[in-house]
Ligand binder design. Structure first.
Ligand code: NAD
Ligand code: GLY
Length: 353
């Protein structure tokens, strides 16, 4: 069993327990401390796992949302809060968010808002949610066409990451999680070596179960040092500027798939622009991205994507684009390009990939 504690400078402390087939017994143990327990999940996950997880809590109130990013809205958040109010939860209650990143982000936000904050236990059921979204206390819903516009940091009391959930995940959801795993690999030399030695096992559930704790430990350490993203945590944006630009411009792939594409592009930009770029390493990183992606997907027009990157939160003004790019094993760099140079680079790289 791997167990981590994030002690941030803020008031909250967050524990993460990661182990196969621990979910029911560990949850039962944790929930014994609460008089009131509320379950939140999406329809797909609840049908697959609701009975199993909630068996001991047959009378516990719950709210089940329709799955999908399109439902990560203030409306769903307020429906959940209404259900919590109807259940007359008190401040000592605990909300259990059982699901992928969408359920986790909304559940975490609702738990933070209800009576100014009740405890939240995250039970992440996707690969992406286990290695990334359930760890670190970013909670949010989308609003006004902008992802995660209404949100705030609040650490969950506990994260129970159990790879048993992967058995029912469609390959596309595995690919999504691999996007963030390869990103961690681009930041950490040890994680990169592990992935590079196992490029033919990226979709093997035993291998994934093996690397989840290492990914959680890596992210937890970054969050421990910089919970509110004042500096270091920004490295977790590696590949994401280009990923978001393509995602906003056509939205046909899922976020993790765009992250893999974003890392591919930004590795090429690093070769062109970053002084300390190690071309042989970056070739290997690109091979890893391609193995995780399977086929290279069709990509939207580079000019449109570059235009959208102008709006990225990291830029200081509309004429520059700031990127966190991989440069060498375990090393990244911040590269700032003028808008025209970035647009030209995207177009050039799109042609040669
Ligand atoms: P998701 O929550 O939409 O889940 C993907 C799909 O898989 C859904 O249809 C869901 O019903 C289904 N599903 C979940 N678990 C399953 C299982 N075990 N078996 C079968 N089907 C299952 O998507 P996601 O990829 O988990 O999360 C994406 C969200 O996470 C985005 O909204 C993104 O913004 C957010 N996110 C947040 C953070 C953060 O730090 N808070 C980080 C990364 C991503
Ligand atoms: N997913 C990036 C972060 O949590 O900071």
């Amino acid at each position: 069993m791997r167990s981590f504690t994030i002690r941030t400078k803020q008031i909250q402390e967050s524990r993460i327990v990661c182990r196969e087939n621990i979910m029911r017994s560990a949850l039962q143990h944790q929930l014994a401390a609460y008089r009131e327990v509320f379950f939140f999940s999406d329809r797909t996950v609840w049908e697959l796992y609701g009975r199993k997880v909630g068996r001991t809590y047959r009378d516990a109130p719950f709210f089940i949302m329709q799955p999908g990013e399109e439902n990560k809205t203030p409306e769903t958040l307020f429906k959940l809060l209404s259900a919590m109010a109807e259940a007359q939860l008190h401040r000592g209650a605990c909300l259990v968010a059982l699901g992928g990143g969408v359920v986790g982000d909304i559940g975490g936000r609702a738990a933070a808002l209800y009576m100014r904050g009740i405890d939240c236990i995250q039970v992440p059921t996707t690969l992406l949610a286990q290695v990334d979204s359930s760890v670190g206390g970013k909670t949010a819903v989308d609003f006004a066409g902008v992802k995660n516009l209404i949100g705030a940091f609040r650490q969950p009391k506990l994260v129970l990451a159990d790879p048993c959930f992967f058995a029912t995940l469609p390959p596309r959801e595995i690919r999504c999680g691999l996007g963030e795993i390869v990103k961690h690999g681009a930041l950490s030399g040890e994680l990169f070596d592990k992935l590079w030695e196992n490029t033919d096992r990226l979709y093997d559930l035993d291998f994934l179960a093996e690397i989840v704790p290492e990914n959680i430990a890596y992210k937890a350490e970054i969050v421990r040092q910089d919970a509110q993203e004042a500096g270091l945590r920004k490295c977790l944006n590696l590949g994401h500027t280009t990923a978001h630009a393509f995602e906003l411009s056509d939205g046909k792939l899922s976020h993790g798939e765009y992250v893999l594409v974003g890392i591919l592009f930004e590795a090429e930009i690093a070769k062109e622009r970053a002084e300390e770029a190690d071309a042989a390493y970056l070739d290997r990183l690109e091979t890893l991205c391609r193995r995780a992606l399977g086929e290279m997907p069709p990509l939207p027009d580079a000019k449109d994507a570059a235009r959208l990157a102008r709006m990225d939160k990291k830029n200081r003004d509309a004429d520059e684009v700031v990127l966190t790019v991989p440069v060498a094993r375990g090393r990244y760099a911040l590269v700032t390009l003028g808008y025209d140079a970035y647009a030209a680079a995207l177009a050039r790289i799109r042609e040669r990939l």
